[in-house]
Design a protein around this ligand. Structure first.
Ligand SMILES: Nc1ncnc2c1ncn2[C@@H]1O[C@H](COP(=O)(O)OP(=O)(O)OP(=O)(O)O)[C@@H](O)[C@H]1O
Length: 275
């Protein structure tokens, strides 16, 4: 398929100007030192993520998806290679508050209500009470949670809690949203709905998103670029630039184009296993 580009820094169309790079990973490797023996988690990773792209990392359990995300977010150090985020080191990008995080478990404070969960990081950042509240309310509205400000996390469904996490992550307008299997623990219908809402949010804001998932359907539905990884030591098997239109709805999943792309991802995953 002509839309498929094997991992290469020049993975952009020749006609459109390449987008500015949000993330550049060059020959990056991560080796964890453990008591028994070193664990080679990532090997020779090369990856470019353009500003405004929605990039999914997909691969078998333990292949290093989370490690790659943590490397980009300055939560893990590389053992070799180079990583730049918005042209600076991940450390400097973190100091510039480039990242927002959403993890698999919502990680909300159970003793704070929804509003107080979202205002907390804003207040830590030094925003006044009124400004933090206004910002939080605005972001809760963006994820469809107006009216739930006074509820406590335990009064919300898992999907709603995850939407609070997304509102909190977006509340300080990070350049890059890092999402590590955010919907992995949810039932399929809730997951579908959140996929649709996340897609709409991305359409409106075109923020750079790095998204870890085990679901081929989720990766294909959401992404502009799908990064397929091999079992440990994690390598990039294939980078697929999505040929699907940017405007997406769940019905897209029944189209031949969607199924073809899902098939391509599945094949790449299988190649990674056997390669
Ligand atoms: N702090 C650590 N010390 C030692 N080994 C680690 C550490 N963190 C991760 N690993 C190992 O590195 C490898 C990659 O882990 P990572 O969590 O990045 O994989 P993953 O693809 O995100 O897995 P999953 O899909 O199961 O969440 C795994 O074998 C894991 O056991």
């Amino acid at each position: 398929m002509n839309s498929t580009v094997v991992s290469s820094p020049a993975a952009t169309s020749s006609t459109a100007p390449p987008p500015r790079l949000a993330v550049e990973v060059r020959n990056a490797s991560v080796v964890y030192q453990t008591a028994d023996s070193p664990v080679h988690a990532l090997s020779d990773i090369d990856l470019n993520i353009g500003e405004g792209e929605f990039v999914s990392l997909i691969g078998p359990s333990g292949c290093g998806k989370t490690t790659l995300m943590r490397v980009i977010a300055d939560l893990e150090k590389i053992s070799a290679g180079e990583v730049l985020v918005n042209g600076v080191t991940p450390h400097d990008a973190r100091l510039a508050r480039a990242y927002g995080y959403v993890f698999q478990a919502p990680a909300l404070f159970p003793w704070r209500n929804v509003l107080a969960n979202v205002t907390l990081p804003l207040q830590i950042q030094g925003k006044g009470r009124a400004e933090a509240k206004a910002t939080a309310l605005e972001h809760l509205a963006r994820v469809g949670l107006t009216g739930f400000e006074g509820k406590y996390p335990w009064q919300l469904s898992g999907g709603m809690q995850q939407r609070v996490s997304i509102a909190r992550a977006l509340s300080f307008e990070p350049k890059i949203l890092m999402m590590d299997e955010p919907f992995g623990a949810l039932d399929e219908i809730t997951r579908d709905r959140l996929n649709e809402q996340l897609q709409e949010l991305w359409q409106r804001e075109r923020r750079t998103v790095v998204f870890v998932t085990h679901s081929i359907a989720e990766a294909v539905y959401l992404s502009t670029k799908i990064v397929v990884m091999s079992p440990r030591p994690g390598r990039i098997v294939k980078v697929i630039d999505s040929p699907l239109p940017n405007e997406r709805h769940l019905g897209l999943r029944d189209t031949p184009a969607f199924m073809e792309l899902a098939h391509e991802v599945r094949e790449a995953l299988a190649d990674g296993h056997h390669g």
